[in-house]
Design a binder for this molecule. Structure first.
Ligand code: WT7
Length: 648
């Protein structure tokens, strides 16, 4: 049974999207495929304010990526903040750029384009005065306050490369990132606020800085006014440095391929990678996708309730919406504070027209019942988006029927930190949707499904999702380790970019993303590596070995299942379990939690000593009957013990 959901008549009125109907979509798609340079040059010239307009499209490609990153628009010169700020001062200086909703309902602030421009200029001058220069790395470790966006844009304004670290990460994680990119300045705040609780950002920063040498200055925004440890030689109040700075600043001219930011993300193995996005391609792609996917209109109140610590916040709270001159809502709190009606309350109060969230939040809120939704007026809504993980059809229908009252387009947007922006998605209001499918690729995106041997599959098929051609928003490299970029993404299924996701394509050519096929976990939309969990667990003296896998979780999408082998002489206990939780919290952050722990006599290994993760996965998924071939195991009795003690 596969019902398609046609376009509601009301939402299609007034759309001037690139693809107003499916025939137009197919035409634009095939133009972009047959002449990508022409398509993207036209897009960037139309959407982006260049100092020197580019004349070249793509140079290089996947075949030569090992020698050199591919490039887009390489002869263009720009500063992305001129697209996001300066040019809007002529047409709509007083329009709200950032509409902030604080942790307490109704605690709001607005920054017009004029005010945001001024703040960014002041912050840019302040950063320069603190010694920041073009090309320097600056870490931003903040909560969801407008100043986080100001900080990002101020870095971009002076040509410094920002790296935002999500405020839930631990001191250890923050330290690793500081050291990896050799950041010179860190911008933080005294405390974050979330769901009525405070988050000690400055004191975690202080901890992280022990064991780093590169940081010269810590710029601290005051959010709560709590008492702080203060190092006069290093720490600077945002208010002292920024408020008194000159409100005019001449933006630094940047080459299209100069780095704009680094964002760390987890992979199958090793420590998180610093994914690098560059100025010209990234801003083009985020502006294009934000306007196209959501069918953006001039009076929209657009709300993406992600965190700027993740790519969604970069692309669809800050860069895309501001490049498009939109009003972008920034939300400091959580969906259940003070109760499960918070989103809908906020939508009513701010008359939100486009709302973008994650399936995990939809599932959690659906479980609280419809009353929390129906008590608020949602008639302003037109487009409802989801991102971060596969959305199950039940959650999709609840979003469509209950939240959207059957009037809104649902856009299930598939993309990744590495893709910079949305790749596979319905285009509102045009694409007919199917609950649970991300539907069709955007123009410029060429999906290929391959089998495990890497052979492309045609027509309806199931396999691994690759993309065949570069687009402007694609990450160019891994900071300081280009070979790692090449081996992670381009060597598994040559000559394609491998996404790490499994995928099905149906008869209509619609894509259904089934989730990661590698050792990356997606827990409540948070991407984490199993290897990071395992490293944290084996750092405990009592733990000899650990194997961590995901299992299906009704709300979080995936839960974390840890198999632990104890050192001789140590017994499992409650205190021991707490020690495991503390270890992952310390190594990764507050968002990392183990849902199930199983103490096992050993891990299932092949005779050559390789852990057979497939077995761990199947048992955690509750499918011990589907283990497949286990004849290569060194010690089959281990598997019996694992099955016998499985936690469900
Ligand atoms: C992974 C990327 C993209 C911003 C947030 C996550 C999963 C993302 C969808 C979707 C099914 C999805 C994939 C992907 N994912 N969107 N609409 N349907 N899966 O970015 O942290 O880099 O994670 O999130 O598994 O590979 P990220």
């Amino acid at each position: 049974m596969q019902t398609t959901y046609p376009v509601p008549a009301r939402v299609s009125e007034g759309s001037r999207n690139i693809a107003n109907n499916m025939a137009a979509y197919r035409e634009v798609y095939s133009l972009a495929q047959s002449d990508p340079d022409r398509f993207w040059l036209a897009q960037t010239r139309e959407r982006i304010a260049w100092r020197t307009k580019p004349t070249v499209g793509l140079e290089g490609g996947y075949a030569t990526v090992a020698e050199q990153p591919f490039r887009w628009f390489s002869d263009g010169v720009l500063n992305v903040t001129e697209s996001c700020l300066d040019r809007h001062l002529e047409s709509h200086p007083d329009k709200t750029a950032i509409l902030w909703e604080g942790d307490e309902p109704g605690d709001t602030r607005t920054l017009s384009y004029h005010e945001l421009h001024e703040q960014v200029c002041r912050a840019a001058n302040a950063l320069r005065a603190l010694g920041a220069q073009k090309g320097d790395r600056i870490i931003i470790y903040m909560g969801m306050v407008p100043e986080a966006a100001v900080a990002m844009l101020a870095c971009a304004r002076i040509g410094a490369i920002h790296s935002v670290v999500f405020g839930g990460f631990s001191a250890d994680s923050l330290r690793d990132r500081i050291n990896d990119c050799q950041s010179k300045i860190i911008i933080t705040q005294d405390e974050g606020m979330r769901g009525g609780k405070t988050i000690a950002l400055k004191s975690v920063t202080d901890d992280a800085l022990e064991g780093t040498r590169s940081i010269e200055k810590v710029l601290v925004y005051r959010r709560t006014g709590c008492d702080l440890a203060w190092d006069e030689s290093r720490d600077v109040w945002w208010h002292d440095a920024v408020d008194s700075a000159d409100p005019a600043h001449e933006a630094e001219p940047m080459a299209a391929e100069d780095p704009l930011f680094i964002l760390y993300t987890s992979g199958s193995t090793g420590t998180p990678k610093g994914v690098v996005h560059t100025c010209g391609g990234y801003i083009t792609y985020t502006a294009f996708t934000h306007a196209t996917v959501f069918d953006l209109r001039p009076d929209d109140v657009y709300a993406c309730v992600a965190d700027v610590g993740w790519i969604t916040g970069h692309s669809y709270i800050v860069y895309g919406p501001l490049a498009n001159g939109a009003t972008s809502l920034m939300f400091e709190s959580v969906p259940t504070y003070p109760d499960a009606g918070r989103y809908w309350d906020m939508i009513e109060r701010h008359q939100v027209t486009i709302f973008y969230t994650a399936p995990t939040a939809i599932r959690a809120l659906a479980a609280r019942g419809d009353d929390f939704v129906s008590r608020y007026d949602r008639s302003s809504l037109r487009v409802l988006g989801t991102v971060g993980e596969p959305i199950n059809p039940d959650a999709w229908r609840w979003y469509y029927d209950v939240v959207g009252e059957g009037r809104c387009t649902i856009v299930d947007t598939w993309w990744q930190t590495e893709t910079g922006g949305i790749c596979i998605t319905p285009i509102a209001p045009t694409t007919e949707t199917k609950p649970g499918s991300a539907t069709l690729p955007l123009p410029g995106i060429v999906p290929i499904i391959v089998n495990e041997e890497g052979q492309p599959l045609f027509g309806p098929a199931q396999g691994r999702l690759c993309l065949a051609h570069p687009w402007p928003g694609q990450a160019r490299t891994v900071w300081g380790d280009h070979p790692r970029y090449v081996s992670t993404y381009f060597e598994t299924y040559k000559p394609f970019y491998f996404t790490g996701d499994g995928c099905r394509r149906d008869r209509d050519g619609y894509y259904w993303i089934t989730g990661r096929v590698d050792d990356v976990l997606n827990v409540a939309g948070h991407r984490m590596g199993t290897a990071e969990f395992e490293a944290a667990l084996v750092s405990i003296d009592a733990v000899a070995e650990a194997g961590v896998v995901g299992f299906p979780h009704a709300i979080k999408g995936q839960g974390v299942y840890a198999y632990v082998v104890m050192q001789a002489g140590h017994e499992p206990s409650e205190a021991m379990e707490q020690q495991l939780q503390d270890a992952v919290r310390k190594a990764i952050g507050a968002h990392a939690k183990i849902d199930r722990v199983q103490v096992v006599p050993g891990l299932p290994k092949t005779r050559s000593g390789k852990v057979m993760r497939r077995i761990l996965r199947k048992v955690a998924e509750g499918q011990p009957e589907a283990l497949g071939d286990i004849s290569t195991l060194a010690d089959p009795s281990v598997v019996e013990a694992i099955i016998a003690g499985a936690k469900t």
